[in-house]
Design a protein around this ligand. Structure first.
Ligand SMILES: [Cu+2]
Length: 145
C-alpha cells in the first residue's frame, strides 16, 4: 500500500468512528421572531450516549452572519446572556437548551426565517483528545415548543 492510500484509509476510519460519538438530538426547534428580527434563538436537547466525554464548543449556520452558544443568567433582577465557550457533556449526560436558559444565539439573518421552514445549524464538539466533531441538525421554525 502506498502512503497516500494509508492516509485516505486513516481519514475514512476517523470519520466512521466520529459519528458514533455524536450526541442524540431531541426537540430541535428555532423560535420564530417578529419580521426583521436581528436575533433569534434555537433550542434542543442533546444526550451524549457515547463512552466519551465531549464538550459543545460552538455552532455555525449559513443562514446567519454570527452564531454563538449562550446562557441566560439573572444578575440583580436583570437578565443577561453570556457566551459559553465550552459546555462539557460527560458520557451519559444530557444538555438541555431551552427558553430562559442555554440557547444557540443566531444573529443577523441572511434570509427570511419563517414558521414552517427548517434551518440547518452545525454544532461543533471537542473530544477530550482534542478531536473535533461536527453535527449538522435541522431545526424546525416554530412559534413555541
Ligand atoms: Cu443569547
Amino acid at each position: 500500500m502506498n502512503k497516500l492510500m494509508v492516509f485516505a484509509l486513516g481519514c475514512f476510519m476517523l470519520t466512521a468512528q466520529a459519528t458514533e460519538h455524536l450526541p442524540t438530538v431531541d426537540n430541535a426547534w428555532l423560535r420564530a421572531g417578529p419580521p426583521n428580527a436581528k436575533m433569534l434563538a434555537a433550542y434542543a436537547t442533546l444526550t451524549n450516549k457515547s463512552d466519551n466525554n465531549i464538550a459543545l464548543v460552538g455552532a455555525d449556520s449559513e443562514a446567519f452572519a454570527m452564531t454563538e452558544i449562550h446562557r441566560t443568567i439573572e444578575v440583580d433582577g436583570v437578565f443577561k446572556m453570556r457566551e459559553q465557550k465550552a459546555l462539557p457533556m460527560k458520557a451519559g449526560e444530557s444538555l438541555t437548551m431551552e427558553p430562559g436558559g442555554l440557547h444557540i444565539m443566531l444573529m443577523m439573518p441572511k434570509q427570511d426565517i419563517e414558521v414552517g421552514q427548517s434551518v440547518t445549524i452545525s454544532l461543533r464538539y471537542e473530544k477530550e483528545n482534542g478531536e473535533s466533531l461536527i453535527q449538522t441538525i435541522n431545526f424546525d421554525v416554530k412559534k413555541s415548543q
